[in-house]
Design a protein around this ligand. Structure first.
Ligand code: C2O
Ligand code: CU
Ligand code: CU
Length: 531
């Protein structure tokens, strides 16, 4: 057993270094190899306007596997180069489309889409593959990809199973029926064993589902609705990406990749000119491992109106919004009282971007209703089964390597979680580690029941689950539908999950991508109803 402190939530570089074993900590000190990383503190702030991802346009309409007609899109997955800052040379990246974040999809609930994801990557990867990891053997081609729509209620054939990757020159056409409520989803690479590298390289983008219930609220829309995709990277002085490696060249994997440079929509320190009125921000944490704790430099309040899977029952006024990797927040900020002000969006100690509020008066016809969308709490009594699943960390003393597991089970072991379609289960995530792990289930949306501290020592050595605190209800801004939930250290996090949608084989995993790539991912299978 190794000792690691649970600092992930603090999102500072020092904290990042403090929570990895000392043998690996050196690699996170800001250097990879000989060239020191770029110090983002030396870059001019707020000189680039905030870019907005381009919106996808269909090529034509085609027949989907379920017989419906659907718009058809084709997305090249390819090498690009992009200016991350005015004073940096263009950075070589991989993109879904021509930019990072990738092309933006917009659709409506119940309106399906067909997307051909075409692998046009160069044959060699430009980030350090660790061939010791599951599914990343030397014999395999470098440039493998498969795309998953995170938060999508998607048939298994189109869900992007990690082993369904394909090589350059090949493509897959996936069908997204979108039979789900309005929400901010996101798509990203999911290739086995190199997912963390492919996403770090830039293979991710947004996917917005809208519906009539949301339209009826008259929230700020059009140019007053702005996506904000957060991610951190380390850069070399020439602007190229630097992914941290361990000191052992044969085992480059590190337990978490934290970057010193913060990007919003693929820019460092961007600014956004805003009018003195309400705006709606659709925020995604697309970082590999970093947790953000968002706040405004004027200590202003934000109204959180939605979570991963759509609208909250009511707006939650808050000065801080915590977002783990994979989580989303739907947020309204009212700039009407801040005419002429410059306000930074921060995640201490980082400044992420700046809002420059205009001075001319405007009329704002949008509204922020007190009631958004009912999210009835699911009764525990409706669950047909409770599964107790541990989150584990392992240390191989011989190899000096760290690993993470779900329920002490490797990826390759037979499937153990087989819920039946249209039944509800409670999953108790028993976190035996010193870290918070954001746990994500494909296909489904769920609710957080509660979190309760327990004695991890007793559990490990006496197989006894002894609670050391009362059950704590989810935070006010977690009372919506979720697809990714923070499972805190030495805490049992209980989620209640209706398994609806489709039968088939899916996955669940930690969304810290370094953990996911190192065995903290398991298949699960939804069995057809009535079997
Ligand atoms: Cu964000 Cu398995 O996904
Ligand atoms: Cu997912
Ligand atoms: Cu984890």
């Amino acid at each position: 057993m190794i000792t690691r402190r649970s600092f992930l939530g603090q999102s500072t570089r020092a904290a990042a270094a403090a929570c990895v074993p000392s043998i690996l900590a050196r690699s996170l000190s800001g250097q990879t190899g000989e060239v020191p990383n770029l110090d983002p503190g030396k870059l001019a702030r707020f000189v680039d306007p905030l870019p907005l991802p381009p919106i996808a346009r269909p090529l034509d309409h085609r027949t989907a596997p379920d017989g419906t007609r659907a718009p058809f899109y084709r997305v090249p997955i390819q090498a690009v180069s992009q200016k991350l800052h005015r004073d940096l040379p263009p950075t070589p990246l991989w993109a879904c489309g021509s930019s990072v974040p990738g092309i933006l999809f917009e659709t409506r609930s119940g309106e399906g889409q067909l997307i051909e994801w075409a692998n046009q990557l160069p044959p060699k990867h430009f980030l350090p593959i660790d061939h010791n990891l599951m599914g990343a053997a030397k014999e395999l081609p470098d440039s493998r990809t498969v795309v998953h729509l995170h938060g999508g209620r998607t048939p298994a054939e189109s869900d992007g199973y990690p082993e369904d990757w394909y090589t350059p020159g090949k493509s897959r056409t996936y069908h997204y029926p979108n039979r789900q409520d309005a929400a901010l989803l996101w798509y990203h690479d999911h290739a086995m064993g190199i997912n963390r590298l492919n996403i770090y390289a830039g293979l991710f983008g947004l996917y917005i589902v809208r519906d009539a219930a949301e339209d009826a609220l008259n929230l700020p829309g059009g140019r007053y609705e702005i996506p904000l995709v957060l991610a951190d990277r380390d850069l070399k002085p020439d602007g190229s990406l630097s992914y941290p490696v361990s000191p052992d060249p044969n085992r480059p994997w590190v337990p978490e990749a934290f970057g010193e440079t913060q990007l919003v929509n693929g820019k460092i320190f961007p600014y956004l000119d805003v009018e003195p009125r309400r705006y709606r921000f659709r925020i995604l944490n697309a970082a590999n491992a970093r947790f953000y704790r968002l706040s405004l430099s004027n200590a202003g309040e934000m109204q959180q109106i939605g979570t991963d899977q759509g609208l909250l029952p009511a707006p939650v006024a808050t000065k801080y919004i915590q977002l783990a990797p994979g989580e989303r927040a739907d947020v309204v900020i009212d700039f009407s009282a801040a005419r002429g002000a410059k306000i930074q969006l921060e995640s201490q100690p980082f400044e992420l971007m700046q809002f420059r509020v205009g001075t001319s008066p405007v009329t704002d016809t949008s509204t922020l209703p007190r009631a958004l969308r009912p999210v009835p709490r699911i009764a525990e009594s409706t669950a047909v089964r409770t599964r107790r699943l541990t989150l584990d960390e392992t240390m191989d003393m011989v190899a000096q390597s760290v690993g993470m597991l779900l329920n002490k089970t490797r990826w390759s072991a037979p499937i153990t979680e087989k819920p039946v379609l249209n039944t509800t289960e409670i999953w108790e995530l028993v976190n035996l580690t010193e870290d918070t792990h954001p746990i994500h289930l494909h296909l489904v949306r769920f609710q957080i029941l509660d979190r309760r501290r327990f004695d991890a020592f007793d559990y490990t050595y006496n197989h006894k689950l002894r609670y050391t605190s009362d059950a704590m209800p989810p935070d006010a801004n977690e009372l919506g539908w979720k697809d990714t939930a923070r499972a805190n250290s030495h805490t049992v996090t209980r989620i209640i999950v209706p398994f609806t949608g489709y039968a088939g084989r899916y996955v669940w995993h930690c969304h810290i991508l370094e953990h996911e790539d190192n065995e903290m991912m398991r298949p699960y299978e939804v069995l057809p109803a009535g079997v």
